[in-house]
Design a protein around this ligand. Sequence first.
Ligand code: ATP
Ligand code: MG
Ligand code: MG
Length: 349
Amino acid sequence: GSTIGILGSGQLGRMIAIAAAQLGYRCHIYAPETGPANDVAPAFTQGAYDDDAALATFAAQVDVVTYEFENVEAAPIDRLGDLVPVRPSPKSLKVAQDRVSEKRFVEALGGRPARWAEVPDRTALDEAVAAIGCPAILKTTRFGYDGKGQARLASPADADAAWEAIGSGPAILEGFVAFDHEFSIVIARGLDGRTVSYPPPRNVHKHGILDTSILPAPAEIAAQWTEAATLAGRVAEALDHVGVLTLEFFAGREGPVFNEMAPRVHNSGHWTIEGAETSQFENHARAILGLPLGPTGLTGSAVSMTNLIGDDATRWADLAAEPGLHLHLYGKHEARPGRKMGHVTRVTR
Ligand code: ATP
Ligand code: MG
Ligand code: MG
């Protein structure tokens, strides 16, 4: 087969479709509305993620299905999996889309998250604050991204405001980690179970959104790389994951502290398009297609990736004038604040 179905029409799907096209494969997007991926994929089925009839029509037209996000109900994706191979499997989606299940799963494999407690309702929040202490972060268990669905508690007196800020439970409370740096492990696992993993970037966040990824990472991260990458390999194996999987970590005195995972290509892997021998998007495509995975080494002595958020993307003409800068714009029409519009990558040879 030669057609990849992608659930979701965002920039991650777009970059998977570009990599797939280079390998001679066609992509067919399934999403409730058009987005950046539609500009580069030849086919589109418009439908809700829980529309079984539309999903069945889509399944009949593709050879393998992947997804570019995890914030979708798992049941219809499970049923889709009865019709066509879904890679990564719905199990990866289910574990990674819920902060309680992902933490339990990773803990069982030896990973160490920050101290955390389940907060199913407002009463449980007071108990969690007493158990965990402050500062702490309250996070909805599902559907959060780019720091949305989170509220910080400097003291127990912030409990009401934090509960109100996230809207409703269920949630978890996490102890605030005084980390030196954040980093991520992006790993790809093939259909044959072989894995490759990328060197870890130092990830700098602003207002809960990734701003920049920088490689090579500083010594504090390098010292924790092996433990983190070993854990990522164990998680991929235990999920029987096929495709790219990303784990986020905090590096500090108690590190590596596991933050969260994503069963997909990741913003902290965008640097790999020009900065690694094989991009995360190509390796994701290779994995779900059953092809051998490509090498992951750096293409230069240093690499950085910076997101273009909101109005940043209007500076594109200035950016394009910088020699050697790689400009990526996702073709989004409206530059809302906090919206990821594109990114730039710099490789130092
Ligand atoms: P993403 O867009 O990466 O999916 P998200 O909305 O799921 O983000 P998290 O990764 O949980 O959110 O948190 C966003 C950022 O907030 C982290 O990258 C980190 O900078 C900060 N943060 C989250 N949890 C903690 C913590 N326990 N201690 C300290 N900082 C934290
Ligand atoms: Mg997340
Ligand atoms: Mg995160």
